[in-house]
Design a protein around this ligand. Structure first.
Ligand SMILES: Nc1ncnc2c1ncn2[C@@H]1O[C@H](COP(=O)(O)OP(=O)(O)OP(=O)(O)O)[C@@H](O)[C@H]1O
Length: 266
């Protein structure tokens, strides 16, 4: 199901103009005729470079909204337009009841995303290493633990660098070590001009400082821009021989250097 959904999302959106905001125009969704609306009259845009955290209680409609933006669901009314060429979608629960091994599945997903076999193999190796999946390369998907399956779900979304990365509750299913990798992965997507949406019902937004927040409640969406006064601490390791120069450059660029210490374990 995921392969099909991702394939649909990719082909439906291929050839669209890159680096334009994704628009949601008067989007309404209900799952079945005659049932209550899950989302009503939603208008929003996701700019390139945006990080958006989607908040809301259980059942509020966060996953529904993310799936509409990913192109996995179609609005009942209204439209989602200007979705970029490569959309990475990580569902809340990776559907592990599929045939194949971890590497077999990931290579197939890389092919769905248009990677040639050599590039696919390189991308799979890189993400298998980075996400600590090496020991599970030849394990069949249904035999994976829930947390390991979630990592495969994350890897498949990153095989081709996504212009839009959509993570549904990444803090829920992933192990602690992988959760710690998520902010860095998000920043890499944004640094390349992509945008990222992350849903979160546990209030772990602190892991993504500088993000805009969207709140889903009673079928409506309320958006809030990032706090413009907020500052973040970035730890940067530099060569000791270049320390003075690096500190001077950071100060020239207007950054506040808080302290300098030796890197432990280097
Ligand atoms: N496939 C579906 N068919 C019918 N109703 C659905 C379906 N998926 C979700 N819903 C309903 O739509 C509403 C919104 O669900 P959704 O999963 O989007 O909420 P959520 O905010 O992501 O919740 P959670 O935090 O628990 O994941 C809920 O009432 C849910 O029961």
């Amino acid at each position: 199901m995921l392969a099909e959904a991702v394939g649909n999302a990719c082909t439906a959106s291929r050839n669209r103009w890159h680096n334009r905001p994704v628009h949601l125009d008067d989007v309404w969704l209900r799952y079945h005729r005659g049932t209550p609306w899950v989302l009503q009259a939603v208008n929003a845009r996701v700019e390139p470079g945006d990080i958006v955290v989607v908040l809301g209680r259980n059942g509020a409609g966060k996953s529904t909204l993310l799936q509409l933006i990913a192109g996995v669901l179609r609005p009942t009314r209204g439209r989602v337009s200007d979705r970029p060429a490569v959309v990475g979608w990580v569902p809340e629960r990776f559907p592990a009841d599929q045939a194949g091994t971890v590497t077999g599945y990931l290579r197939a997903m890389a092919a769905v995303r248009g990677l040639r076999p050599a590039a696919a193999a390189r991308a799979v190796d890189a993400w298998v290493q980075r996400l600590g999946l090496d020991a599970f390369r030849d394990v069949k998907l249904p035999e994976l633990s829930k947390g390991t399956a979630q990592k495969v779900g994350l890897a498949q979304a990153l095989l081709a660098p996504p212009d839009l990365l959509i993570l549904d509750e990444p803090w829920e299913g992933l192990d602690a070590a992988t959760r710690d990798l998520v902010p860095g992965i998000v920043l890499e997507v944004v640094a390349r001009g992509g945008s990222v949406l992350v849903s979160d019902h546990r209030g772990e937004t602190v892991r993504l400082p500088g993000a805009a927040t969207w709140t889903v409640a009673d079928g409506t969406l309320t958006t809030a821009a990032p706090d413009s006064g907020q500052r973040c601490v970035v730890e940067v390791a530099v060569e000791a021989a270049d320390l003075a120069g690096a500190v001077a450059r950071l100060r020239e660029q207007g950054h506040h250097v808080l302290r300098v210490r030796e890197e432990v374990g280097s």
